[in-house]
Design a protein around this ligand. Sequence first.
Ligand code: SAH
Ligand code: DHB
Ligand code: MG
Length: 232
Amino acid sequence: MNAGPEERWVEVEEYLTATLVGEDEALTAARDATAAAGLPHIEVAAPQGKLLMLLARLTGARKVLEIGTLGGYSTTWLARGLPDDGEVVTCEYEARHAEVARENLERAGVGAKVSIRVGAALDTLPQLEAEGAGPFDLVFIDADKENNANYVNWALKLTRSGSLIVVDNVVRGGSVLDADQAGAGGDNAEAAAIRGTRDALALLGSDDRLDATAVQTIGSKGWDGFAFAVVK
Ligand code: SAH
Ligand code: DHB
Ligand code: MG
């Protein structure tokens, strides 16, 4: 009773999760272990994770690139959307996060499908290119937001026609509109994040090689959104 709209968002998310999503024990364990290890509680919500799995399946993906592993929660959903010989390459800056993710991925039974590359993604991505690791069928960008446009540019180098690029957190409670803060005056981390996301969205909207949209989301992660772009 008297639940505010934000509480209702979370209740609806729980209802949808229970009704549709089938978040199993391995996934709840990954979420719990990530929190218990003191990592931030910023993994995608369960219905969003399921969306990532369905997108992987829908695109017939065999190779997925993820930027931003955290505890491997989204990684697990993505891996589950792949055939047995599919692979997720996931980039993570923090060695500790990668360690927690490795345990979670093994427990979820998808460890063999996932390679975690520890380091700054902007160092790892050129290595992947040099190794000929691509083309990736789906790229999920969910790391340091100030580099979002750089990550889209790398995604373009590492994909093929028909690949899907997904960018998380493109709305951030509406702060994506705060271009003033993001402009020359703003030099804090939040301003850099807004600038990075706005640059990424501008690129998705203007690059001839891409066809894009974005969808706003509400729920346990507040008001946020995903951008989706298909490589032409
Ligand atoms: N995709 C995860 C959440 C990722 S949170 C999920 O939904 O389950 C963002 C992660 O990006 C954090 O673990 C953070 O350490 C990592 N990160 C931050 N800067 C990075 C960088 N420069 N390169 C790679 N990873 C980075
Ligand atoms: C933050 C990062 C995320 O990737 C996310 O989905 C939510 C929040 C953050 O850094 O605050
Ligand atoms: Mg995110």
